[in-house]
Design a binder for this molecule. Sequence first.
Ligand code: TYM
Length: 335
Amino acid sequence: MDEKKKTIFSGIQPSGDLTLGSYLGAIKNWVALSDEYNCFYCIVDEHAITVRQVPADLRRRTLAQLAQYVACGLDPEKNVLFIQSHVAAHAQLGWVLDCYTMFGELSRMTQFKDKSAKNADNINAGLFTYPALMAADILLYQADLVPVGSDQKQHVEICRDIAMRFNNIYGDVFTIPEPFIPSTGARIMSLTSPENKMSKSDKDPGGCIYIMQQPDEIMRSFKRAVTDCDTERCVRFDPAEKPGVSNLMQIYSCATGRTMDEIEAEFEGKGYGVFKPAVGEAVIEMLRPVREEAERIMKDKAYLESIYRAGAEKAEAVAMRTMRKVYKKIGFVAR
Ligand code: TYM
């Protein structure tokens, strides 16, 4: 670790295959920031079990996600890539922070409200205290920056509140982190219902694009993407009036680096029948090298194992430093 550099922590749940939303909202920035910062990028399997998982699928997706992190451009030599459950300090600090997080604060979390509506038969305590575990993830590494999509902003804010509350009692134990949210791509919407976020748990398969999807399936989903029932039928950025088209424009902008003005000019006088396949093509080309590289890495189980083992060791060393400090501050007897 370079002591002069600031620190990043972020994570993704292996509760579904990685989506275009996670790629554009989070991973693309992880890669962009990885030279400038000491980076910890985690596969947060402990968070994933707040919703029931099929064990074999969870195991497969965890390893696939690691392969995809590397394929997206995260060099395991330069970034600490690891699996949350391999570092016991996450659960340990999670419990401590549960005791410094208020019931009322947790009740206001929109992700809890959404997920408990979707999983009405399993509103477990872990789903409720989830933000305290997420705060533990971030605070263990004394992270300065947390690159996430906009849906996670509220969780980073509660993490800051918990850290400040703790520091107010015990002195400067935790670094107060800042969220880092991209200006374009922070909230990619479903292709079939653009009023909803693109989500790996989406029941409508056409609404979500996955990093590992085959080009013909990606193209089919983009061709079927919902555009808006307006009469002008032109490519214009207006999220309130034209949510479907504006979402596609955001995706196209992320994939090509073009601004909204440039995109409007490019498709002036051309209908959605030209625009939608162009977005599909740009996404296919953006994801193609990632998919091909991930497929290759996924076959190399020994390589994957060497990455997550080394990652856990490096992460644990840093996490335990914070953990010892926390236990001492709160009055636990050292063993
Ligand atoms: P998760 O697993 O739902 O999503 C992973 C990351 O992808 C972003 N994201 C999106 N961005 C734009 N548009 C979308 N449609 C979209 N869908 C997902 C999310 O904002 C997130 O950055 N609680 C976290 C996981 C977590 C975590 C952490 C994150 C656990 N501990 C510590 C940061 C730091 C979550 O459920 O993300």
